[in-house]
Design a binder for this molecule. Structure first.
Ligand code: NAD
Length: 351
């Protein structure tokens, strides 16, 4: 059976959902769209889609099974609730809502209506994430202790509504939500401490560069970093484990694992090394024969698997991958991040 889908908000990401589903998901037909801006409507018609004049008109269309919400963040909650109350399954863009309390309201309606509700946390299918998850879960560098998950750009841009607090703008809710979601998906322990350092370097009212420290109950710590003002990038992922280090340098997933060569004797370790910067023993580079360089594990991943999972859940053959409860944890961590920023202190928690 094919499912009929309509999109609310046919901007950048709504357009991507249209293309991706139409070209690559046979089991779903995109049949309509609604956008609040009248100037988008000729574009909707040009795509051969039903063009709704209001959200009400869309949700009253009995043909529609699923609604994908790709509007600015501040209206996700109300649109999701309206859709589910009218019997529609909902895929909502990230960040699912502005905060955890809003998501709890959405989840109450999901429970009451029994409709599918999921969040497009598509970056769980990014290749770099799939590789790092494998490195950590398979303990390829022993137990992971310190994980750095960052994205750095230099375009100094908050596109459109992202510049405004009222719309849920800023980089914490834009990219930060992906990076927190990845860490919570990967580390099987509650977050017990959150410290945030958010900056507005060029934005008037939202964060545009940030660093967050998360401590997990299993002693793993993680740094989340998002920069839009960084001209020399650090590694996309940097993970220190008890037996080695794994790095993914860039968007092309170049990187490596370096582990101890435990066969080698350690006599050299006491020698002081005279570097250009000054003498050091503890921090001096190792002789190369004392380590082993390994390639990162192979990984294949495909963003379309997100919608394939939605189809399987509706068919009754699979469990939902991106669950509302997981997103609630993410939003609770984000609430703690904003609280830490406001109070200028770390926040103890159990999330
Ligand atoms: P955008 O500004 O390009 O598009 C938003 C569209 O929504 C616009 O066309 C706007 O007219 C329309 N809109 C606004 N309010 C509306 C309303 N009440 N009802 C109907 N339409 C409305 O923004 P975007 O970059 O496409 O972002 C949209 C959503 O997608 C955001 O939640 C964003 O965080 C998310 N997003 C996710 C990813 C990802 O990788 N998952 C990437 C980009 C954006």
């Amino acid at each position: 059976m094919g499912y009929k889908l309509a999109i609310v908000g046919l901007g950048g990401m709504g357009g991507w959902h249209y293309e991706n589903i139409t070209k690559r998901i046979d089991e779903i037909d995109v049949v309509g769209a609604y956008d609040i801006r009248e100037e988008v409507r000729p574009h909707i018609e040009a795509l051969g889609l039903k063009c709704y004049n209001s959200l009400e008109e869309l949700v009253n269309d009995k043909e529609i099974d699923i609604v994908t919400i790709a509007t600015p963040n501040d209206v996700h909650k109300d649109i999701a609730i309206t859709c589910m109350r009218h019997g529609k399954h909902v895929v909502c863009e990230k960040p699912v809502t502005m905060n955890a309390q809003e998501l709890e309201e959405v989840m109450a309606v999901q429970k009451e209506t029994g409709k599918l509700f999921s969040v497009h946390q598509n970056r769980r299918w990014d290749k770099d994430y799939v590789i790092i998850k494998k490195v950590i879960e398979e303990q390829m560098i022993g137990k992971a202790c310190m994980i750095e998950n960052r994205v750095q750009g230099s375009r100094q841009a908050m596109h459109g509504w992202r510049a405004y607090k009222i719309n849920g703008g800023g980089m914490m809710l834009d990219w930060g939500v992906h990076l927190v979601d990845q860490l919570l998906d990967m580390i099987p322990a509650p977050v017990v401490d959150v410290y945030a350092d958010l900056h507005a370097l060029y934005s008037e009212e939202v964060d545009d560069n940030l660093k967050v420290m998360l401590k997990f109950e299993n002693e793993v710590s993680a740094i989340v970093e998002v920069a839009t003002n960084c001209f020399i990038n650090q590694a996309r992922w940097h993970v220190i484990g008890e037996e080695g280090t794994a790095v993914i340098n860039d968007w092309s997933c170049n990187g490596q694992i370096v582990k101890l060569n435990t066969e080698e004797a350690m006599e050299w370790a006491d020698a002081i090394v005279y570097t250009e910067a000054g003498p050091t023993r503890t921090m001096a580079p190792r002789p190369s024969e004392t380590t082993i360089n390994l390639p990162l594990p192979e990984a294949t991943s495909d963003w379309t698997d997100y919608y394939k999972n939605i189809v399987s859940v509706l068919d009754g053959t699979a469990e939902l991958i991106v669950k509302p409860e997981q997103c609630l944890r993410v939003m609770k961590v984000i609430d703690a991040i904003f609280k830490s920023q406001e109070k200028k202190t770390s926040i103890s928690c159990c999330i």
